[in-house]
Design a binder for this molecule. Structure first.
Ligand code: ZN
Length: 373
């Protein structure tokens, strides 16, 4: 049996299936309803958000034998489009067909009326990859397009498309999905696939996919395989070497309170369970960036976050050539525990509100040992 990935299996087949892009769906539906179909559309936005899937649903709506708006998915035309064998829906990957010859051929074919459908739909993926000559050749077609042709030009890099082309297209910008939107889709898939899951585990996947539904679905697929269809946060964390913000917070707290014994224990546990040292450092850097972005200095001061970021960025560079990565991480935490002492001295001094040179000679001598020269 042919293997189908979750992403392919749950690919949107109707406008209703397209999640998180309501602004686009609404406009396309309205165009279909009022029969105001443009000759060229640009679908722009980050990868994995369903641009090509939306293009296919639209192509079906333009050619369905039973409906002019919502494709039925049952007629011959709909079925053939789903299978990718409909003669009037032509998909071109511009990454591998980027030259002038391919576009010249396309311009020749555009002239002929559709064989089976109402519209001939050209879906050009990675459209920004075309060469300059190819863009120019296509522009001529876009200037005087035959009425039976619809172009859907999908791209992840809108700024690489020449303005002359942009001005002839209706633009749609696909947006990243929220964690809640992705969570809803993942829950739905788990139910259909009879997968047992903890909601928190799915939330973790949703967070990791950073708004990209395709990534979320392939991560879910990987997680289902690894956890044998029983998705718990604990299993997921071990299998994917994932660290949550709470894990990182705990390590940092142990380091800053100089509880080095517990810190070592915790790291030993991660190491023995096979957690990736690289992922751990990445998670620390990510944690610090997040706190900074949100200007959330509740748990750790800005100073100490800066030091943690710098120290672990250096550790990350050293990691690749290090024979004992977990030792490297441990000693990096130890280093950070010293910094915290220095910052407390600084705070202590500023609280005293005394200029340092008024201090007792003995205090100064002791401070000198602590402070960097
Ligand atoms: Zn149909």
């Amino acid at each position: 049996m042919k293997y189908t990935s979750l992403y392919q299996k749950y690919r949107p087949q109707t406008f209703e299936d397209i999640k998180g892009q309501d602004h686009i769906v609404k406009t396309l539906l309205s165009a279909l309803k009022h029969n105001k179909i443009a000759n060229a559309y640009i679908f722009a936005g980050p990868r994995g958000l369903g641009k090509t899937s939306t293009a296919r649903v639209f192509a079906k709506a333009l050619n369905c034998l039973k409906s002019n708006i919502n494709p039925c998915n049952e007629c011959e035309n709909c079925k053939e489009i789903t299978q990718g064998i409909f003669p009037d829906v032509i998909e071109i990957d511009a990454a591998s067909n980027r030259g002038i010859d391919q576009i010249r051929e396309l311009r020749e074919n555009v002239k002929y009326a559709p064989l089976k459908g109402r519209k001939k739909v050209y879906i050009i993926d990675e459209f920004h990859m075309l060469t300059k000559e190819a863009f120019n050749a296509l522009l001529k077609t876009l200037e005087e397009p035959p009425s039976h042709v619809v172009f859907i030009l999908a791209t992840t890099e809108l700024d690489k498309i020449p303005a002359t082309i942009l001005s002839r297209c209706q633009k749609f910008i696909f947006r990243k999905l929220s964690i809640e939107e992705i969570l809803e889709i993942l829950e739905d898939i788990c139910k259909k696939e009879n997968v047992k899951y903890e909601k928190e585990a799915l939330k973790l996947i949703a967070k990791l996919s950073e708004g990209c539904i395709r990534d979320a679905e392939s991560l879910l697929e990987q997680a289902i395989l690894l956890t044998e269809g029983n998705l718990s946060v604990d299993k997921l964390k071990i299998h994917l070497s994932l660290f949550t913000h709470e894990d990182i917070e705990e390590l940092l707290k142990l380091s800053l309170s100089s509880d080095l014994e517990s810190l070592r224990e915790k790291l030993n546990k991660y190491e023995s369970l096979g957690y990736s040292s690289e992922n751990l450092i990445k998670a620390i850097l990510n944690y610090v960036s997040e706190k900074f972005k949100k200007e959330n200095f509740e748990k750790f001061s800005q100073d100490i976050l800066l030091i943690i970021f710098e120290t672990f960025s250096k550790a990350y560079k050293d990691l690749a050539f290090h024979p004992y990565p977990y030792d490297l991480i441990y000693f990096t935490f130890v280093k950070i525990s010293y910094f915290n002492d220095l910052i407390s001295v600084k705070e202590f001094l500023s609280n005293l509100k005394l200029p340092a040179n008024n201090l007792d000679e003995n205090v100064k001598k002791n401070l000198k040992k602590l402070l960097p020269t």
